[in-house]
Design a protein around this ligand. Structure first.
Ligand code: GLC
Length: 559
């Protein structure tokens, strides 16, 4: 790739959600105020000073609503109630008020593709074919019956958590669709009453203080017409076939998103970011283009399969070139569904501090809204529990069972699911060195890994050189030097082990250069090293003869 100099800086209009750094909280694992072992809303309220000290601008809370927790809250049984494990509506109001007091925005997670099977809408829907709510979900007749009278599912679709996407309801003799667990029936977005009921939910939470939403699997709400079979990969003999992109982006998805924008977001200064699998440089403008009136942002999942710096840069840059001046991007290294970013992208064994802070530099110096996942600022790494009994995530447990059923030994099945388990990201935040790590005075709902205990917040905050304090320094730099938000992005070399880019001057803020040695070996400088003290460096000194392993430097171009 050759360096391209853009002729002119694009005039990017400013917005709070372009400048904000959003911190994702997994409420169950953040802070427990009442000793039941489960994080809760008052726990979060008690930690706002910590988040202010870090310097983030907004919080995204994974779902806090009433739920049987088959999928830890992504299975909602009452959209308008706070789950009793997390507190009460009064606790929510107190949190919302405290956030305002701290100048922090609130992004709530909403799950509009499906409900819990315990939601009264679904209970009503499944009660009879004549129910007025029957058509609120996706009920389909069997494809036929086996010779012994067993129903045959409508197609070969495999749900995200193993097994068929179709669950048979013996009482009403139809299947219902669930792209996730059988306790997460998909809503029928074709029904306008469903859509209006969901928009009313969003409006209620806006009235209660939300500044925006993260919309769970939002590009799966419209289904493939006629429910066609998924293409079976060669050699796959499983009766059910993973859907991959077949579950995403079907018409009339964009009509729904435009309608939701009109009904909920238009005229309000709110932020709507979609969890959008199968959205990339080729189609993101359809969702996030300024002229589209659909979403403000989308998540891009290349971080799941692009572990090197070169791949990260190339994926981001492709998105940037496709959207420059026409839409605003997001950047993230991990979330509650992924491995810990330091384990995935860094070298936590040999270069823990340098690789964690290089990743922070990457996350916080791009023209995109950065999302930081809880614990990243402490340099938390993946976990490895000894027994499947210690895991809590439905996906991990179901995959383990499927591996056993396919004939694997328990050891092999555990090894197979452990490295990718979503529980890697879901263990409690370590706050101090007490037995409950300051997370809880009770027994935590999921173990606190021994490897996380010494990395607690108390130690990190008081050590001026900690990963936490480097994050804080970078967050402050991004606030001060606005070219890091709005300046043009231009590569300074072909990305390889070293990734280097320029952020153009913006509105009186200087052009800066970012140099990242995304490797555990020394590398030559791709451009001249800075001659004056850099704006930021993750090394005590800068060696002009070469970049140190995982060195990250940001410097004023004219310095
Ligand atoms: C999203 C969530 C994930 C959940 C799924 C079903 O991918 O991030 O945690 O299991 O949707 O709601």
């Amino acid at each position: 790739m050759t360096a391209i100099m853009f002729p002119m800086q694009i005039t990017e209009t400013s917005a709070w959600w372009k400048e904000a750094v959003i911190y994702q909280i997994y409420p169950r694992s953040f802070a427990d105020s009442n000793g039941d072992g489960i994080g809760d809303l008052p726990g979060i309220t008690g930690k706002l000073d910590y988040l202010k000290r870090l310097g983030v601008d907004a919080l995204w809370l994974s779902p806090i609503y009433a739920s049987p927790k088959d999928d830890n809250g992504y299975d909602i049984s009452d959209y308008l109630a706070v789950d009793p494990e997390y507190g009460t509506l009064a606790d929510f109001n107190a949190l919302a008020a405290a956030l305002k007091g701290h100048g922090l925005k609130l992004i709530l997670d909403q799950v509009l593709n499906h409900t819990s099977d315990e939601h009264p809408w679904f209970q009503d829907s499944r009660s009879s074919r004549a129910s007025p709510k029957r058509d609120w979900y996706l009920w389909v007749d069997p494809k036929g019956y086996t010779v012994d009278g067993q129903p045959i599912p409508p197609n070969n679709w495999k749900c995200a958590f193993e097994g068929s996407t179709w669950e048979w309801d013996a009482a009403t003799r139809q299947y219902y669709l669930h792209l996730f667990s059988r306790k997460q029936p998909d809503l029928n977005w074709r029904n306008p009453e469903v859509r209006q009921a969901l928009y009313a939910v969003l409006r209620t939470w806006i009235n209660r203080g939300a500044d925006g939403f993260r919309l769970d699997v939002i590009n799966m709400i419209a289904k493939a017409s006629g429910y066609p079979d998924a293409l079976r990969p060669e050699g796959n003999t499983d009766p059910f076939v993973p859907l991959n992109c077949l579950s995403c982006n079907h018409p009339p998805l964009h009509d729904y998103l435009k309608e939701m924008h009109r009904e909920v977001f238009a005229g309000n200064d709110l932020y709507a970011v979609g969890e959008t699998w199968c959205v990339d440089a080729d189609n993101t403008l359809d969702f996030t283009g300024y002229d589209r009136n659909e979403l403000n942002g989308a998540f891009y999942f290349y971080f799941h399969w692009a572990p090197t710096g070169r791949e990260q840069f190339e994926s981001f840059y492709k998105l940037y070139q496709a959207t420059r001046g026409r839409s605003w991007l997001t950047v993230t290294l991990g979330n509650h569904d992924s491995r810990r970013s330091l384990s995935k992208f860094g070298d936590p064994v040999h270069h823990r501090h340098a690789s964690a802070t290089l990743l922070a530099t990457w996350l916080l110096t791009l023209p995109a809204t950065p999302f930081l996942f809880q614990g990243e600022e402490l340099g938390l790494t993946d976990i490895a529990f000894d027994s499947i009994a210690d895991y809590r995530d439905i996906q991990t447990i179901n995959r383990y069972r499927a591996a056993l059923a396919a004939g694997e030994s328990p050891e092999a099945a555990l090894a197979g699911v452990r490295s990718d388990s979503r529980d890697n990201a879901r263990t409690p935040m370590p706050w101090d060195d007490s037995p409950g790590a300051g997370f809880s005075s009770g027994r935590p709902w999921i173990q606190i890994p021994d490897s996380h205990r010494s990395l607690h917040v108390g130690a990190a905050v008081s050590d001026p050189l900690s990963i936490f304090n480097v994050y804080a320094a970078l967050l402050a730099l991004r606030k001060r030097v606005k070219s890091l938000v709005y300046g043009d992005l231009t590569p300074l070399c072909d990305p390889g082990k070293v990734v280097a880019y320029r952020r153009g001057a913006w509105n009186g803020h200087p052009a800066v250069r970012v140099i990242l040695n995304w490797s555990s070996e020394s590398q030559p400088w791709p451009v001249s090293p800075p001659t004056a003290t850099p704006l930021f460096s993750n090394q005590p000194t800068c060696d002009p003869s070469g970049l140190q392993p995982w060195e990250a430097v940001v410097f004023n171009e004219s310095a």
